[in-house]
Design a protein around this ligand. Sequence first.
Ligand code: NI
Length: 224
Amino acid sequence: MLLQIPNVLAKDKLTVIQTILTKSQFVDGKLSAGMAAERVKNNEELAGDAKEIQQLNNLVMGSLVQHPDYQSATLPIKIASPFYARYRPGMTYGDHVDDPVMGPPQGRYRSDVSTTVFLNEPANYEGGELVIRTSFGDQQIKLPAGHAIVYPSSSLHHVAEVTQGERLVAVTWAQSMVRDAARRELLYELNQARESLLKQRPEEDETKRVDVAYVNLIRMWAET
Ligand code: NI
């Protein structure tokens, strides 16, 4: 499932984030790439030990992790600190699948769900689409600043070459309580119906039945 989450970041936060990134030092993205990714990765990233990271993480992850659509689509049990990536003209990230296991030795997690948060406007650059291969063909994604796209980490994807301007994104991964992407999608759909029923008809018997079914499916499928 590809899910767009609009307005994860409000305008005032985006302005702060963009100001911080303008002043930040970026390093070659190959430094953080696994062996397979190194061949195809051609971008820049904020160094993992940069002093701005904590402030950026509070701004970006604070909003993303609390977003109800993110929670519902991802059912996270572990969420990684994001990478902040910059693509300038000529930069690209060729076809790859994200590493299955990430994190330091004492904090390993499985990547089930990948998320890209767009940090500047599409008008600021040419190219730079995130292209995700799906059973319905390639999906090209280029969203307004502050919007996010959530996609299975198992999907083949690439970032098209930026030909003008600068593309800024945050990319993060989550291990889900529900490993199987098809199950997560079912749960997401069911939860959409459940939330609307809980809002509109909280006392109806079918609302309670849908609620029980959703909660107990989580209990059946969740690994903690
Ligand atoms: Ni990727």
